[in-house]
Design a protein around this ligand. Structure first.
Ligand code: URA
Length: 185
């Protein structure tokens, strides 16, 4: 098992895919290493590319509102992405970029051993839960795989584009918190 610092150093020096040539900063996951809940989004945006930290831009503000509404905070979760470098023009990360990067997420998951994995948005949900997952229909529902609960929610940027999704996503976050409390016993 690699330590967080070892993984962060691998990510910093990574040249496994062409995104390493266009990124400003790779974005290693952040948060509590004893978190019960692991949040996974797709890839860093422009602000994150500049800062080297996940969710520092407008979707980060939406994420903070969702967490706060559920009584959660960034300090008690761990937040990461399927792909650690910004895809130019904010396009979806390509399958081969995801393939090159997924080992870092695997090692983050081994390190954390979370009780709950929350996929934010279609790209993460289809990569982690099921390739044909439909987020519109299935957001907020839980399944248990290898003793880990998994769920998908709308990506915060989808809420920026359609604020009507905020209320139902707050409800999904409330249920994530409830599930976490239940599993803590
Ligand atoms: N969007 C993502 O998917 N990840 C980030 O870290 C920021 C914005």
């Amino acid at each position: 098992m690699y330590t967080y610092d070892e993984l962060a150093a691998f990510v910093r020096g990574c040249t496994r895919c062409p995104l390493s040539r266009t990124r400003q900063n790779p974005v290693m996951g952040r948060g509590s290493l004893t978190a019960d809940v692991l949040f996974i989004a797709e890839a860093p945006g422009n602000s994150e590319d500049r800062d080297g930290i996940p969710f520092t831009g407008p979707s980060g503000r939406v994420l903070d509102e969702l967490l706060e509404s559920a009584g959660l905070s960034r300090e008690e979760i761990y937040l990461t992405n399927v792909v650690k470098c910004h895809p130019p023009g904010n396009r979806d990360p390509l399958p081969q970029e995801q393939e090159a990067c997924i080992l870092f997420l695997k090692h983050e998951t081994i390190l954390l051993r979370p009780k709950i994995i929350v996929c934010m948005g279609r790209v993460a949900a289809q990569r982690i839960i099921r390739p044909d997952l439909r987020i519109t229909r299935e957001h907020g529902s839980f399944l248990c795989r290898k003793n880990t609960w998994m769920t998908a929610v709308y990506h915060p940027s989808a809420i920026l584009r359609d604020p009507a999704k905020m209320a139902e996503t707050k409800e999904d976050f409330r249920r994530i918190r409830e599930k976490r409390d239940e599993l803590r016993g």
